[in-house]
Design a protein. Structure first.
Length: 413
């Protein structure tokens, strides 16, 4: 068991992860424990926050005085707000506003921030459930919701916001002026209602991307049965491997609109995909919610992967997205020859795979420069992927490279 480095203010409780069993526990201060069992909390489970179950689990990290333990949902892939699409960030702000309003209606408040909101089933949800307090506090409301916009909370501590809203809110000047105009509103519920109306007016930036109109992914069917056949018809090799190996967790690198993530989730996997298109990621998360699949999608530049938080305490997606399987359909072709050596790119992707990785190989990049399959194979072999197979893709001369951390090396054939 371990406590994640992101649990900084441990006097308010903390998370304990049992990664081998894929279980998570939350330490709750005794004076706040009863709220989690109350009807007020239970009425918003899976809408505002995660489900909790009392537990008798014990252990060195779960035995200190002054706390109660609850089991919470284990989240395989934590997507923090800088990695969300701009539309999902807006939805996260509105979620915080709705939670604060709901709490105020029950004479309560919370002291939280955007780092405590992650994605589940494609929609934002609050995962830190130890920061609820009796009484209404307008100061805490402002700190919780506006701290990310202004970079510092009213409570005086940094919110370590790495992306200024000017870079993702296209009408930021208008929103900022309206927010300042609310400073004179002293009644908390009135303030919250006006604040939500203001946040609703946020227009997220959504730059166009060359692959936004890619029809195979954009035209994904809207029912699961048709989607499964549709995915198999377009890329039978990767779908066959997913069905046969049945991973419990999977990363979809260059996920586009999420077609193969959805396919894997229908087979029972928990999946996460990432790509560098705001439109594709926002739409994929909407579809995940529509399908009610355990898929989340994040806006990440493959060539510029960052750690987040104070001294990198929230780590990089490469560390948070570790899974049994990684799939990479036709991405090498687009990133080869950019600002990262091929060995580094392959190493980063493979670092997320506990059991196997499947990459689609195209012999030339977008500038018609050759891509070395030998270098890819050597890099994977050096990373202890001991079984490497080659599977036909379409159109020729594409093929898949399937590398596993079991078995023996297989020559091309």
């Amino acid at each position: 068991m371990r406590i994640p480095e992101s649990c900084i203010a441990r006097d308010r409780g903390y998370v304990v992860l049992d990664e081998a069993a894929r279980r998570a526990y939350r330490r709750i201060p005794k004076d706040r424990y009863s709220f989690l069992l109350s009807e007020v909390y239970q009425n918003k489970v899976d809408i505002f926050w995660t489900k909790v179950n009392p537990t008798s689990v014990s252990g060195e990290l779960l035995s200190s005085e002054g706390f109660e333990n609850v089991e919470v949902e284990y989240i395989d892939h934590v997507v923090y707000w800088p990695e969300m699409s701009t539309a999902d960030r807006k939805a996260s702000f509105l979620l915080l506003c709705d939670i604060c309003t709901y709490l105020a209606e029950h004479d309560m408040h919370m002291e939280s921030h955007m780092w405590n909101v992650v994605l589940q089933h494609g929609k934002p949800i609050l995962i830190d459930i130890g920061d609820f307090f009796e009484g209404i506090s307008l100061q805490s409301v402002k700190s919780t919701i506006l701290g990310t916009i202004y970079g510092k909370s009213d409570l005086g501590h940094t919110t370590h916001a790495p992306i200024h809203p000017k870079k993702w809110i296209s009408n930021y000047s208008t929103i900022s002026t309206k927010l300042q105009g609310l400073d004179s509103v002293a009644e908390p519920l009135s303030y919250l209602h006006q604040l939500r109306a203001c946040l609703e007016e946020i227009v997220p930036m959504q730059d166009s991307f060359v692959w936004d109109s890619y029809p195979v992914q954009k035209n994904t069917p809207t029912d699961k049965a048709t989607l499964e056949k549709y995915a198999f018809d377009h890329r039978p090799a990767i779908c066959k491997v997913i069905k046969e190996k049945a991973p419990t967790t999977l990363v979809d690198v260059g996920c586009s609109y999420g077609l193969y993530s959805f396919f894997a989730a229908i087979q029972g996997a928990t999946t996460v995909g990432f790509d560098c298109s705001q439109q594709m990621i926002a739409t994929a998360n909407e579809k995940s919610t529509h399908f009610n699949l355990n898929c989340n999608f994040s806006y990440i530049d493959i060539l510029d992967i960052n750690s987040w938080g104070v001294e990198g305490c929230y780590k990089t997606c490469l560390e948070r997205f570790k899974s049994e399987a990684v799939i990479v359909p036709a991405v090498i072709h687009h990133v080869h020859g950019k600002n990262k050596p091929l060995e580094q790119i392959i190493t980063e992707w493979a670092s997320m795979a506990r059991k196997w990785i499947m990459l689609e190989y195209i012999p030339f990049d977008t500038s018609n420069r050759p891509i070395s399959s030998e270098l890819i194979v050597k890099t994977l072999s050096d990373l202890e992927f001991t079984s490497i197979k080659f599977i036909d893709s379409s159109p020729s001369p594409r093929y898949w490279i399937l590398a596993e951390k079991v078995g023996t090396f297989t020559e091309f054939g």
